[in-house]
Design a protein around this ligand. Sequence first.
Ligand code: NI
Length: 253
Amino acid sequence: MYFDTHAHFDSEKFEGDRLEVLASMPAAGVDLILDPGSDIITSRAALALAEQFDFVYAAAGVHPHEAEEVTDSYLADIEELCRHPEVKAIGEIGLDYHYDFSPREVQRKVFAAQMALARDLDMPVIIHDREAHEDFLNIMKQFPTVRGVVHCYAGSLEMSRDILKAGYNISFTGSITFKNNKKAPPIVAAMPADRYMIETDAPYMTPVPHRGKRNDSSYLKYIAEFIADIRGITPEQVAAETLENGKKFFGIE
Ligand code: NI
């Protein structure tokens, strides 16, 4: 019943039990998983998992942390990955001014180049924006035909309105369940039913009550329960709405 729209099962944190954990997901109520790449190697690893499990799909892209490491062929490599029917988006891409692992100028250049590729290939994008809201919105506006989702949303209520107005979806992780996160509940409450998605961002962002442990898609239910409580609906309704929104966004039948 659940669609985990963002989970990094290609991560080294799943070394040793990756295939067992993935194989256990349908029995845990997880119908679909999308594994986004962080660079070319992890994008290829995500595609390999998508080829192995029929409920897993992939996205290909270079994360802002890795922007400085790109080779001359990275755009051609992403384009080639996008020709595969199991690759449903370009991502995750964007800007991270919190860690600044790559120089900001390089982050902006690599992000804009991947946005241009998404426009040319007519692919949706998965956005990582951390403390870079203004530059993200400026680059986004240069590509008005590109459809996107802002993953692990951590911005303001006001910015969420700008994002929705631009036609982008918003996706929530376990970070909304953290006790010190006072910003999230009003944003969750205000979401149009057809514009939000849920994700674990596994192995990171583990929701309460498992915070601190390795995350996986079976913990999506805690995020759905938290959202259901705020919106005054059932977790099953949250699961149904977000499954539908995710399938529509990624073009999955
Ligand atoms: Ni991620």
